[in-house]
Design a protein. Sequence first.
Lengths: 314, 284
Amino acid sequence: MINMFPSLKKGIGKTASLTSPRPRWGERIIEKLILFNGILAIAVLLGVFFILLRQGIPALIETPFYSFLFGTHWYPVSDPPTFGILPFFVATMWVTVISTVLAVPIGVGAAIFLAEVAPRKVADAVKPVVELLSGFPSVVMGFIGLVLLSPWVQNTLGLSSGLCGVTAGIMLAMMSLPIIVSVSEDALRAVPDEFRQAAYGLGSTRWEVIWHVCVPSALSGISAAIMLGIGRAIGETMTVLMVAGGALALPGLPTDPMMPMTAAIASGIGNAVQGGPQYHALFAIGLILFILTLFVNLIAARILDRQRRKFAAG
Amino acid sequence: MKASNAKRRYLTQRVAISVLAVSLALVVIPVIGIIIYMIANGYSSLSWEFLTASPSQAGKAGGILPAILGTVYLMLGTILFALPIGVMAGIYLSEYTRANWLTRLINMAIVNLAGVPSIVFGLFGLAVFVLGLNLGMSLLAASLTLAAQALAMTITTSREAIMAVPKEYREGSLAIGVSRWQTIRHVVLPQAAPGILTGAILAMSRAAGETAPIIVVGAAFLVGGLPGSPFDRFMALPYHLYTVSAHIPGMPSEIKWGVALVLIAMVLLFNILAGIVRIKTRKR
């Protein structure tokens, strides 16, 4: 058989462009550029990691890793300086735990209502409001926490200052709600309708269908949503910088003023001498944050991927 | 006995669904409440002078024009870098490669890039753009930093928009002998443009509200005059809000609410704009 389209045949199965009779140099250049930009995301992520390593490792050599992580004193300007980040780490844990405890039941409950109970029209009307919340800049949430929530927390709990872990945790909960709601809702909508029909066919009430069929089937997606919410709370900076109180001491109670890791970087970097011990120590905190959030996000991505395949196959 | 059992089951259902409804209300009502409260408090401080004058008396009087302009420049600077890269990466991922280990790695990098805390991008920007490339604390360094952060969003939205273009369009074009790049340029991209635009607008709105990175790479509270070149230090609305609300004692509360309202109005305007573009294209 005569091959009428030799150039076409050559192109099939290749990732390069279909070979045209004469090379188009302009296109070659553009296609090289496209390949370069395609892998740029990897380069940026590795770049961030590399920079944090390079600038953070000196601090971990200066201060042994153990005393850096578990030291309770952060005196960057005393002589010699002491760098112990346990207070910051514990503060991050406190605000993240408070945020998660509040946001998970509310967020998952709202998602169940949107996906399983609310009429389509109600869900369509409510969704933009939730999306609006995710668009709120974190500094605005910090401002709201500062002027509205902190006086309320102070009065309600009888504290000497409303700027504390609880206030920060509540604001973080609000900020992690949008992602928890939307990812959980997607997970619930991905549950095949046959599952629900089968349960109704057995005489279940709507709630029994939700609780015994839909939620268990969507559980992996919901747990990914929770992980993403946790990641958001760990990495959030402005809100905790403004409302968590900023105390350097090891926080014992959630009602103590505290300084999460992100806030420690933001408030310290302006005073740190470039290349000095405090500068490197702040990059080392950044490195720990980066690894922590990377870990959380990888787990979430893995869970979501597995869930997608589960229902795609079924 | 059977009847009472059924009764109990329906009672449980009632209670449970009410709890769900309450949780939805707990998500929605604070959002609406905050917006109304901000408008009610900030409305009175909005005046022509507030929007078009420079600050005076150490920020306690006058307007916030330099901060508004700084934020507009930041948005433009961010998108100038992040959009071309995002679109080209999107083209690469949807047109030039098949699902293999490399695309998996790229997608994983994008997901993780989206989760990196903003303050960490600030440290990256400080070490690479401010000190490494010696751009100094400047509008340019801040734009590049925010662009690095925005990449995850512009790549994802471009990729989705390009992948949504039906395969037949490409096949039709290739079948009449058009080259691959020409097909992308004249057939695929015009179809994907609204989706790419939506992502770009959202990325700009995100850049407008981002505060932590620009604290690290060069936002200033008060700068004499308006930003004149990309190498100048700059004011920006979110940083201004942070400083007036958390750092300056005795700041009049009208100023705080005014800055907050202008910032949220800009951010939400862009969000709504993105929503309109999305709805318009869905109808088509």
